[in-house]
Ligand binder design. Structure first.
Ligand SMILES: NC(=O)C1=CN([C@@H]2O[C@H](COP(=O)(O)OP(=O)(O)OC[C@H]3O[C@@H](n4cnc5c(N)ncnc54)[C@H](OP(=O)(O)O)[C@@H]3O)[C@@H](O)[C@H]2O)C=CC1
Ligand SMILES: CCCCCC(=O)/C=C/[C@@H]1[C@@H](C/C=C\CCCC(=O)O)[C@@H](O)C[C@H]1O
Length: 334
């Protein structure tokens, strides 16, 4: 018998998530049946959308999230001991999956070929964050060399990859982020042409100065007023990829401030604005992983992880997303 622990959401989040919205339960897993595999979790991803989609399930529910686990015991011939899987099994130490019953909501996938890279990247650049940045930028913004690309939440898991891909494609890249340390990292290490701390600068003025030829592409991770300012400064036929709006996830949507009208800019400049979920390109993920991997090994794409250690600290790692603690992809090592 294997003893395990998992996080259960026992109360819906109101405002900033609280530790006692969760309960950690310890229990014994049953013995394996035909088709079952026993997974030992190695890496857990904490993601902003866990906050947003908290009310999708009736409470109590097991906290879902992407995680990487290794098969420790197997009663399925195609998943021998040692196989590494990405799934949505979430915040738990061990789990059992029956591989004869394909539960689509669990999103079980073998890790792409990591060729020597850490398996933790399977929840980051070689996983959901990577394909979000890759397809969200290249398929929606379609940046062309010489164009100017702006990205918000630029030092985060997705934003830091978006900015670097735009540089690889020959664009001028401007990023907004929440600390001077992150600004420094973006400019000095990742090669952004300009980065700003949105908490301390005059956004409208800084943006105008940093984008003398205007803005052609905007990759929006944050929503809110900063996005309205950026959209208002775009060039004719600019493209906006709406990836998320983390600035609103802890807010009561009914009480958000009224938004600045962007329609004037959208119509007069004939902008294209499109939202997306990364699964749209699921049948092309391998294409992205191949190119992202090449960029990493050739040194064109730098990857940073913000690693928290230990099962007991998963909640803190999650909360850190909303206070800007992470630089790069936030992961928890079990
Ligand atoms: N459409 C899709 O398929 C997907 C969308 N997403 C979306 O992409 C965005 C980025 O996600 P991801 O890269 O994983 O997460 P991040 O690694 O970027 O983590 C969160 C970061 O967001 C910033 N942040 C937190 N709260 C606020 C706030 N109130 N205002 C402004 N910035 C804030 C902080 O950085 P800072 O210090 O800069 O403030 C923080 O470090 C999110 O909106 C997410 O929902 C992610 C994956 C898939
Ligand atoms: C305004 C919403 C922005 C959310 C962006 C985001 O972070 C998306 C992340 C997805 C995530 C979505 C999970 C469930 C969505 C269900 C919505 C629905 O179908 O009603 C996960 O799938 C990985 C990221 O693509």
């Amino acid at each position: 018998m294997v003893k395990t622990r998992k996080y259960i959401v026992k109360r819906y989040f109101e405002g900033i998530p609280k530790r006692d919205d969760f309960e950690i339960v310890e229990y014994e897993l049953p013995s394996l049946q035909d088709g079952d595999i026993l997974l030992k979790t190695e890496w857990i991803s904490v993601d902003p959308y866990l906050r947003l989609f908290n009310k999708m399930h009736p409470v109590p529910f097991d906290q879902f999230s992407p995680q990487i686990a290794t098969v420790e015991e197997s009663k399925h011939p195609k998943y021998p001991v040692g196989t590494k899987l990405l799934s949505n099994k979430g915040w738990c130490e061990y789990s059992i999956l029956n591989m004869n019953i394909r539960d689509q909501s669990l999103g079980v996938h073998r890790l792409p070929d990591m060729n020597g890279l850490s398996s933790s990247l399977g929840v980051g650049v070689m996983g959901p964050s990577g394909v979000t940045a890759y397809f969200g930028l290249l398929e929606i913004c379609k940046p062309v060399a010489g164009e100017t690309v702006v990205v918000t939440v630029a030092a985060g898991a997705v934003g830091s990859i978006v900015g670097q891909i735009a540089k690889i494609k020959g664009c001028r890249v401007v990023g907004f982020t929440g600390s001077d340390e992150k600004v420094n990292w973006l400019e000095k290490e990742l090669g952004f042409d300009k980065a700003f701390n949105y908490k301390t600068v005059d956004i409208e003025k800084s943006l105008k100065e940093a984008t003398p030829k205007g803005i052609d592409c905007y990759f929006d991770n944050v929503g809110g007023q900063i996005s309205s300012i950026i959209i208002s400064q775009m060039n004719d036929f600019g493209r906006v990829s709406i990836c998320g709006c983390i600035s609103a996830y802890n807010e009561d949507f009914a009480k958000l401030p009224k938004a600045t009208i962007v329609q004037v800019a959208v119509v007069t400049k004939q902008l294209k604005i499109e939202g997306f979920l990364c699964h749209r390109w699921e049948n092309r993920f391998s294409e992205a992983y191949k190119e992202l991997h090449q960029w990493i090994v050739s040194g064109k794409l730098k990857v940073r992880e913000h690693v928290t250690e230990g099962f007991d600290n998963i909640f803190d790692a999650f909360l850190g997303l909303f206070s800007g603690e992470n630089v790069g992809k936030a992961v928890v090592k079990l």
